[in-house]
Write a protein that binds this ligand. Sequence first.
Ligand code: XMP
Ligand code: MG
Length: 189
Amino acid sequence: TPSGPLGPDHGYGPDIDHVLLSEEQIRDKITELATQVAIDYAGKEVLLVGVLKGAVLFMSDFARALQLPTQMEFMAVSSYGSATSSSGVVRILKDLDRDITGKHVLVLEDIIDSGLTLSWLLKNLGGRQPASLEVCALLRKPDAVKVEVPVKYIGFDIPNEFVIGYGLDYAERYRDLPYIATLKPEVYA
Ligand code: XMP
Ligand code: MG
């Protein structure tokens, strides 16, 4: 396995433009978020709802860092739009397997861009009578401020660039990268 200065790149190295967040920065931030969540939810059982597929790596690391009993559910939604932007018209591809009535639900999102997907998701989940409903997003882009979405926990505010890695894809590739980066322009060509 070829390995760059930032650790394994799974052979994607030549496609990477620059690394925005290293594996270590992500790990430290997840520890920080999990510590805060453990304080806020002390004595409660948290139901983590991961939004597929982007939040899979985040969910996996966050659940291990969180020193609380947790359960995990996944939901897959598709927002109609191009490969790199969403439209706010959302369709459920995979719903939760269980009822969340009375549960303390914490939605884990990879990235909030326009906020349209999340805003729809919160309305949908909020209608199922959870005991509480909050969001923890690893990344947030500047456009997210345009739509009013209450997000209690944010990892990083990042510039308005398309990013890949750590769960995030371009055409289903790069999700397995351990860090978050941008792609060289020729990759999109
Ligand atoms: P909205 O605009 O509804 O979109 O907040 C959120 C969803 O859009 C995708 N998205 C990205 N995916 N790199 C990606 O790999 C990005 O930079 C990016 N920006 C938005 C993602 O699916 C997210 O859930
Ligand atoms: Mg995607």
